[in-house]
Ligand binder design. Structure first.
Ligand code: ATP
Length: 399
């Protein structure tokens, strides 16, 4: 069996940014590693963190959802006392006795290596992979330090990577000035925004509760997706003159019922009389949005009917051709009886329709993007970059 090649990317990640992600992905793509443990430090000896540990952790989990080879690790976060790389490498070696170990650093960190706790003993424990920082230059003092550390037994490899000029310090400064930096991964940007981290103004009410519940009930990729959707929904609402706050909330909560077991979703649907249509009750994809609106109300305290409606109809708000057998509430049916398919089902709270964006029959504005529905769905798609993507959901998915 081939030896495993495991890398560690340590840092305060306060917050994690695209520079970190670019480092991680460049290292993985360079072929040196099979996987990279992304490890936020607990109590770093030389720094203090602005954001609480659990926020830094959740942001890392959401950022790492972009690639399976990026594996968030709580090893340092859960260790009491100061975080030392020597202890980390020793623990990882213990866990993976036969693996080749690599430690990923930015070029600036090389200059600080001599100050690390037991630095001489750290050197033989791993191979260092160095990513360029700032303009990628290697001044004389950098080269002489590299030479000195190599003479002490350190092994260093340069990673080919286009440098990205970004730091957590600059990001914290931007956020406290009310600017959402592009150099943050989308879910992290939304995380900082809705929780008002680093002094960003205008946090969402109940953000702590929602984030906590979403994080504990969704898989990491779905959690990241929900944050991304919240940002996309807010941006689309801004473009189209709808209410950005409502759009953001609907985006954040739209998948809150994902991963509720089918039996439990059916139970929720039954006790709240959401639908008795067997086609919906058989489909997790359709049922989770209807049940999601109920869950958003009951467990997340959402009372805004426009937001609940957006969650309920997420699969058919802005899509060119909604899935067959889409169900809409009876009150919408009354405005567009010609749209009803001959389902043959007895009238219930939901009926079957097919063809165009459902709000088109309602004769009102989409509660998310704000575009009047009395237009052909293709024209609507023309205004909505998301809706032009085949198989994508109108307002909720990221490109
Ligand atoms: P701060 O500004 O708070 O000091 P930071 O942006 O340097 O934070 P850290 O979490 O301290 O981020 O960095 C973890 C590791 O990532 C370090 O080895 C650092 O050198 C490296 N690093 C951070 N940003 C970049 C970047 N833009 N390019 C290359 N390496 C980076």
């Amino acid at each position: 069996m081939e030896r495993q090649r495991i890398g560690i990317l340590g840092g305060t990640f306060d917050p994690v940014h695209n520079g970190h992600l670019r480092m991680g992905l460049s290292v993985l793509d360079s072929g040196y590693l099979d996987r990279l443990l992304v490890m936020p430090s607990g109590l770093p000896p030389h720094k203090t963190c602005s954001a609480p540990n659990e926020d830094r952790w959740k942001m890392i989990v959401s950022a790492c959802a972009c690639d399976d080879r990026l594996v968030p690790s709580r090893m340092e976060l859960d260790r009491s006392g100061s975080t030392y790389t020597f202890d980390t490498l020793t623990s990882v070696r213990h866990e993976y006795p036969k693996a080749d170990l690599f430690y990923v650093i930015g070029a600036d960190t090389l200059m600080q290596l001599r100050n690390w706790h037991r630095s001489d003993e750290v050197l033989p424990l791993c191979t260092f992979l160095i990513c360029p920082r700032e303009d990628g230059s290697r001044p004389a003092e950098y080269l002489s330090e590299l030479k000195r550390l190599s003479a002490k037994g350190g092994r260093f490899l340069d990673i080919p990577m286009k440098p990205l000029t970004v730091s957590s310090t600059a990001i914290r400064a931007a956020l406290s000035a009310g600017i959402l930096p592009d150099a943050l991964p989308v879910p992290v940007r939304e995380y900082c925004r809705c929780k008002g981290l680093y002094g960003y103004p205008g946090r969402l009410d109940r953000a702590d509760l929602w984030i906590e519940q979403l994080f504990s009930s969704l898989k990491p990729g779905r959690f990241a997706h929900s944050l991304s959707v919240a940002e996309t929904a807010r941006k689309l609402a801004e473009i189209h003159g709808a209410d950005p706050l409502r759009a953001e909330q609907a985006g954040l909560l739209h998948d809150c019922a994902k991963y509720i077991p089918m039996a439990e979703m059916r139970h929720i649907a039954a006790i709240h009389h959401l639908t008795d249509d067997p086609a919906i009750l058989e489909s997790g994809a359709l049922l989770h949005s209807i049940v999601g609106a109920q869950v958003a109300e009951d467990r997340y305290g959402m009372t805004d009917s426009a937001v609940l409606e957006a969650i309920r109809y997420q699969y058919r708000m802005c899509r060119d051709v909604p899935p067959r057998n889409v169900r809409l509430p009876g009150r919408l049916n009354r405005t567009a009886p010609q749209q009803l398919s001959a389902s043959g089902k007895s009238p219930g709270p939901f009926r079957t329709v097919a063809g165009t964006c459902p709000s088109a029959f309602a004769g009102r504005h989409c509660s998310i993007c704000g575009i009047p529905r009395k237009v052909p769905s293709s024209a609507h798609a023309g205004n909505n970059p998301m809706a032009q993507r085949p198989g994508r959901i109108g307002f909720v998915k990221m490109p």
